[in-house]
Design a protein around this ligand. Structure first.
Ligand code: MRU
Length: 346
């Protein structure tokens, strides 16, 4: 996708280095972070230099490939096992991470030179799946639609195109007028910072709304549909996504607004029978208590935005029960969120 007219992927690998767009600096600074080792790549996932289920998955695939390169001819089985454990300990919720490490680990075990090829294959599949999600999702969008989205499930959250935003981009490309309401998505503000930045780069009309404005706008009839991404989808169609998704889904049902989830099949976890089995990451309270950004002169600061001496709770995801979801847009088509239709994908 485009940044100042240049086409970028969110993450890519050259020789033994992994390159990624430094998302913690966006939208104030555009910088590429180079990770030289598997350990550094784990750190990049943990600190959210790269984030979003698909992008985390592809980065984890590259990290696994780096581990096989680093192992060389020493006891590479033990080395790769330890590296896999370290990668899988970075973030617990996005299914794509575990899907990717398993595939690259298995490929490397057969022949360690295969690991990098398998990682590249996963990256290309991620691109292709997101493109297809855009094409299927576009069928749901009418000219003039106002679409609300939560968090960032655009191209920054994948290798390219994105999941929730891919149908929006495809609709715009096919000549439809679309307008996006981007939930700010506290505490890390992926909507206000990343989704808004992406949409600006793609010339999509949009506005940022406070996290608590969605239901009001729905009640006024200002939202035609909602599309969100997913971090993990259980076998029964329950969806884990960024914290705040659940209350939007409940509001959408109340006001009769279609609520769609967009995700590639690499996000589904058939081992999780329902949403209660999905591990939910809890992050540091500091993310709630402090905010970072530039002052009017462009100097970056970190400031306390809460009452001093109070603690904060920071669950990073919630689970939306399948009953609130109108459909799941995948690279294989749009399905209803139930076990029977999910089973047809695999
Ligand atoms: O914590 P993050 O930023 O990695 O969270 C992931 C997300 O961006 C969202 O929940 C998104 O909607 C799904 S990921 C494609």
């Amino acid at each position: 996708m485009h940044v100042n007219g240049t086409n970028y992927r969110t993450v890519w690998m050259e020789k033994s280095s992994v390159f990624m767009i430094e998302q913690n600096l966006l939208p104030f600074e555009f910088k590429i972070y180079e990770s030289h080792t598997c350990k550094e790549t784990c750190w990049a996932i943990k600190t959210m230099i790269v984030r979003g289920a698909g992008a985390i998955g592809v980065t984890a695939a590259y990290a696994m490939a780096q581990a096989f390169m680093e192992a060389g001819s020493i006891d590479y089985v033990e080395f790769a096992k330890a590296a896999r454990a370290e990668i899988e300990a970075t973030r617990p919720t996005a299914r794509n991470l575990f899907y990717a490490t398993e595939r690259v680990f298995n490929a490397g075990m057969l022949c360690f030179e295969n690991a990098a090829d398998e990682a590249e294959k996963i990256a290309q599949e991620d691109v292709d799946a997101c493109k297809k999600i855009g094409e299927y999702g576009n069928d749901l969008i009418q000219d003039g639609f106002h679409i609300e989205t939560h968090c960032n499930a655009g191209w920054l959250a994948f290798t390219n195109y994105g999941s929730a935003l891919s149908p929006v981009y495809e609709a715009a490309r096919s000549g439809k007028n679309v307008f996006v309401y981007a939930d700010e998505t506290r505490p890390r503000s992926q909507g206000a910072r990343l989704t808004a930045w992406e949409l600006k780069n793609e010339n999509i009309p949009h506005t940022i709304i406070p996290d608590n404005a969605g239901a009001y706008l729905m009640s006024l009839g200002k939202i035609d549909m909602m599309i969100v991404g997913a971090d993990r989808i259980a076998a029964n169609g329950d969806v884990a996504n960024k914290i705040g998704t659940l209350e939007k889904a409940i509001a959408a049902k109340e006001f009769g607004i279609p609520f769609y989830v967009a995700a590639p099949t690499s996000t589904f976890d058939l081992q999780c029978s329902d949403g209660s089995k999905i591990p939910i990451e809890e992050r540091n309270a500091e993310e709630v208590l402090y905010q970072q950004g530039p002052d009017r002169n462009g100097i970056m600061h970190e400031i306390l935005v809460c009452s001093p001496d109070s603690d904060a709770l920071n669950p990073a995801f919630d689970v939306t029960p399948a009953k609130y979801i109108s459909g799941i847009i995948t690279e294989k088509g749009i399905i209803k969120p139930n076990a029977n239709e999910i089973a047809t994908l695999f």
